[in-house]
Write a protein that binds this ligand. Structure first.
Ligand code: HEM
Ligand code: NAG
Ligand code: NAG
Ligand code: NAG
Length: 197
């Protein structure tokens, strides 16, 4: 009993902290993978201010949702999906469970072309998230060694994939995990961030 509990928690810790280097861009991430096809990797500067680099994937016409603060409600969310062969993303925020409306702010998302594509099974979006780490409690903290992130995945397409402000039906799978943000930090960050145009 104790041993199996220990093994289970060791495994879920590992699952949220896989170091992953993407060969298409050379960027290294601290990454979380789920069997749905959802994955999210994060790269940070050694001393983070507001920016991070993200790599989010999903399968087919399904969508992926990232909570930068852990829970869905009252946190800064990023929704991502593919419109045909074009990966799409927008910021979202909601005070209650339900399709979260688009939100704008000083934060912005700039794609990194070599890491943004669709293949026969998945879509993949690599982006510089500028001024995305906020100090209002709606995201993880810039100096954290570990912090809670949330994820959600739906195998169903968004209602209007061509529109950045599309609505969604509820995800089919979701959760929260402890992300290893110490492992996400790299002195290469500025070089990688310069790939975003
Ligand atoms: C009609 C659409 C949606 C509904 C009704 C909905 C509802 C919910 C509910 C009730 C939960 C709590 C866990 C559960 O009991 O299932 C949850 C969790 C979550 N949702 Fe949504 N959601 C929707 C869309 C979205 C979208 C578009 C995103 C991201 C862009 C998102 C992100 C999350 C995340 C990250 C969690 C896990 C963290 C937590 O448990 O709070 N959701 N959602
Ligand atoms: C992007 O990919 C192309 C084709 O593989 C490659 O020639 C180029 O060097 C890559 N650019 C960067 C910045 O990695
Ligand atoms: C990060 O901050 C620490 C403490 O202020 C400083 O000593 C270090 O040089 C900084 N590193 C970088 C890469 O900016
Ligand atoms: C498509 O891209 C995903 C995400 O990078 C990858 O896991 C998968 O192996 C790729 N599939 C093919 C057929 O290349």
């Amino acid at each position: 009993m104790k041993l199996s509990l220990l093994l289970t928690s060791a495994l879920s810790l590992l699952a949220s902290a896989i170091p992953y280097t993407d060969l298409k861009t050379g960027i290294s991430y601290s990454a979380f993978f789920d069997t749905t096809g959802y994955s999210f990797g994060i790269a940070l500067p050694v001393n983070a201010t507001g920016d991070f680099i993200g790599l989010v994937t999903g399968k087919g016409t399904g969508w992926s949702g990232i909570s930068l603060g852990g829970p869905m409600v009252n946190k800064l969310l990023i929704a991502a999906w593919a419109n045909g062969k074009t990966p799409m993303a927008s910021f979202r925020k909601t005070p209650r469970p339900g399709s979260p409306p688009e939100v704008t702010g000083t934060f912005s998302l700039v794609p990194i072309a070599n890491g943004t594509y669709t293949n026969t099974t998945h879509w993949c979006l690599t982006f510089l998230c500028k001024a995305c780490i906020l100090t209002d409690g709606t995201t993880f903290a810039r100096a954290s060694a570990t912090d809670v992130l949330g994820w959600a995945y739906s195998s169903a397409a968004p209602a209007t994939p061509a529109s950045k402000s599309t609505t969604f039906t509820k995800h089919t799978k979701q959760g929260q995990y402890s992300a290893d943000l110490a492992a996400a930090r790299s002195p290469m960050f500025d070089t990688w961030a310069a790939l975003a145009k």
